[in-house]
Design a protein around this ligand. Structure first.
Ligand code: GUN
Length: 293
């Protein structure tokens, strides 16, 4: 039987509707309008598309949105001064500096300059440390989206063998921490792991976040396993541009129990989770209980 398709687009739409309802409640009952500031340095075309989508969806759920577009030759000091200004602005509850930043800017320095209470990306070392020690934290958006889809598909994840392929700070490491917190037995594998196919064959839940187009093949997948594909890779096929994941979709879908498509799987979850984090941050800063989302 072919795998069930995990519809991240539909799940993200539902989540955004719940966030919109939460924002309406916060405005009415607490006079609180959550606000997100996004900073883009330079002209990277993919980043421009992401930032425009973030701003559009922020406004659609009823939140305040600010876009700060800085030229590519902006100095690190100027960027840090803007972050400091946003840290101090009481209307701003979430700050996101779009990555990558130009090479002359130290990205870690910028990310760690953001007030951890406003760090809706969950990239600040304080939030990373809180996540890994089981404390309340703002957590990276794509990992949160992956776990939401896994739980929606499988229910309780307790005891499952989860294999994360990829060890990035943005996805691999935080998603492994979230799965540990869900009581999974977690293996973090990567492109240099010995016998990667053998490791993946032991997984009930596979999270592929390695950034290599169609690397994971169907004969690596345990029959019935759930496959969450984080990859978004642009390739040329038959003379046309095409988006593919880190999993070879056709062969994996023939074996898996459930699988995310690319596009339309994890991708739409990232911005929805950013809005979710902004509501959480606004409530924590204001000292009000976050409405259910
Ligand atoms: N660039 C690509 N994805 C992301 C993300 O989730 N956050 C930030 N800040 N930059 C990114």
């Amino acid at each position: 039987m072919p795998a069930k398709l995990i519809d991240g687009k539909a799940y993200a739409e539902g989540l955004r509707a719940r966030i919109g309802a939460a924002v309406a409640t916060l405005k009415k009952e607490h006079g609180l309008t959550p606000g997100l500031a996004v900073v883009l340095v330079g002209e990277d075309p993919a980043s421009k598309v992401y930032v425009a989508n973030k701003a559009k969806q922020t406004v659609e759920v009823g939140m305040n949105s600010w876009e700060h577009k800085l030229p590519a030759d902006t100095s690190e000091a100027t960027l840090l001064a803007l972050v400091d200004k946003l840290n101090k602005d009481p209307a701003v509850h979430g700050i996101l500096v779009q990555m990558p930043v130009p090479k002359h800017i130290d990205s870690a320095k910028v990310l760690n300059a953001i007030d951890p209470a406003k760090d809706v990306d969950g990239f600040h070392v304080v939030n990373v440390g809180r996540l890994s020690t089981g404390q309340e934290a703002l957590t990276a958006c794509t990992p949160v989206g992956c776990v939401m889809l896994a739980k929606d598909t499988l229910g309780d994840l307790t005891g499952l063998n989860a294999v994360v392929i990829g060890r990035s700070n943005i996805v691999g490491k935080p998603v492994a921490q979230l799965l540990l917190a869900e009581n999974c037995t977690v293996t973090i594998a990567h492109s240099k792991s010995k016998d990667l196919p053998g490791i993946v064959r032991g997984a009930d839940l596979v999270i592929a976040a390695v950034g290599r187009p169609e690397m994971v093949k169907g004969d690596w997948i345990k029959p019935g396993a759930t496959v969450i594909d984080v990859g978004i890779n642009r390739i040329e096929r038959d003379g046309k541009g095409k988006l593919v994941g880190d999993c070879d979709f056709a062969s994996c879908a023939a074996v898996a129990g459930a699988i995310t498509p690319v596009p339309g799987g994890v991708g739409p979850m990232t911005i929805a989770c950013l809005l979710y984090n902004t509501v959480k941050a606004a409530c924590a800063i204001k000292g009000v209980k976050a409405p259910g989302m």
